[in-house]
Unconditional design. Structure first.
Length: 346
């Protein structure tokens, strides 16, 4: 499969002179989930965005952001990040030969994500502050110096991310609902744009209803106000002031969708279930879409039998600490047949 710029070139803001910085992103699996479907009383499909090159959907936006940065002759790119943006920016910047600086909230980034940014040679800086603090500082730096911002305020990020909607329409048609986790609300905005463009092109009859799912401790969209000290185990969406709030409100309203919040315990419950019942290992933030869907089924927002696509935004390997802390412990055994037999036979 080509990268997503080659696949959707006609619908993206690239020209013949744009160097394509790609790691083969996009074209991710859309998997039927029969066991979870039965549990939830819907026809559920999972969009596995963890299958992107750095393990999250951020690669869809980053291929475009770095291609345009390279076209413009950028020397340095920078982002504030809860983790996945930095992993993706670092990899695509390495591919482009551009210097990359990432600013993360100290102690609040999953281990795999930090390791990825470090391995790709990025300058990784942990601040004594939140993501929202980091973003404010990074924006100021970009105003003062010739540094290119690759946070989702960069308009090319959403252009790349909208392609996930095209893929779903091509493979499945238009589902009744699309459920996804919401932090800065860039991705829900991008999906809305992608589905609307598919409708305009005659590829789809309508936009699915969008279900924006948040962690209860960082539910700035659900509550309608920013949150000073967001807190959740779903660190990728530990954000108090969503950058794309207004567009996301419009996306939910125009699609006749909704925002919903789920507690950390519910997020962890569905995080475990999707692994154990479907063999799909995602990060806790991604499971927020399933926890939110369960809530929306319980209160009748999502009707029985609806066809639903849940976007699983990032790979489980991103956050090995949460995985090991919330699974059965590893057994220790002497290296003997008798001991192993006892364990293997239960
Ligand atoms: C970035 C991210 C999100 C949130 O996306 P927004 O565009 O900020 O709403 C959700 N899940 C994962 C795994 C992410 O990396």
């Amino acid at each position: 499969m080509p990268g997503l710029i080659d696949r959707y070139r006609a619908r993206l803001p690239v020209g013949p002179a744009t160097p394509i910085i790609s790691l083969g992103e996009g074209s991710t699996p859309l998997l039927a989930a029969p066991r979870l479907s039965e549990l939830l009383g819907v026809d559920l499909h999972l969009k596995l965005e963890g299958a992107n090159p750095t393990g999250s959907f951020k690669d869809r936006g980053m291929t475009l952001a770095l291609s345009k940065a390279a076209e413009d002759g950028a020397r340095t790119v920078i982002c504030a990040s809860t983790g996945n943006t930095s992993a993706s920016a670092a990899a695509y910047a390495a591919r482009a030969g551009i210097r990359c600086v990432v600013v993360v909230p100290g102690g609040k980034v999953a281990l795999g994500k930090l390791a990825q940014a470090q391995a790709a040679g990025a300058v990784v800086c942990a601040i004594d502050g939140s993501f929202d603090d980091g973003l404010r500082l990074v924006l100021e730096l970009c105003e003062r110096h010739p540094i290119t911002l690759v946070n989702n305020l960069n308009p090319y990020r959403l252009e790349g991310q909208k392609t996930a909607a095209f893929e779903i329409v091509e493979e499945l048609g238009v589902p009744d609902w699309l459920a996804l986790p919401v932090g800065n609300a860039g991705n829900i905005t991008a999906y809305h744009r992608g589905f609307r463009e598919a409708v305009a092109a005659g590829d789809a009859a309508q936009c699915p209803r969008l279900l924006g799912c948040q962690a209860a401790g960082a539910a700035a969209m659900v509550r309608g106000v920013d949150i000073g000290d967001p807190e959740t185990i779903a660190t990728a969406i530990r954000i108090g002031a969503p950058i794309r709030r207004d567009e996301a409100v419009r996306a939910a309203r125009e699609s006749e969708g909704a925002f919903v919040a789920a507690a950390d315990e519910e997020i962890l419950e569905w995080y475990g279930r999707v692994s154990v019942l479907e063999g799909v290992f995602c990060e806790p933030s991604s499971a927020t879409s399933l926890a939110g869907l369960a809530r929306a089924r319980a209160d009748g927002t999502v009707e029985e039998g609806a066809r639903v696509v849940c976007v699983l935004t990032g790979h489980g390997l991103k956050d090995p600490e949460t995985a090991t802390a919330h699974s059965a412990p590893t057994l220790r055994s002497p290296a003997t047949l008798a001991a192993l037999e006892r364990i293997a036979l239960g």
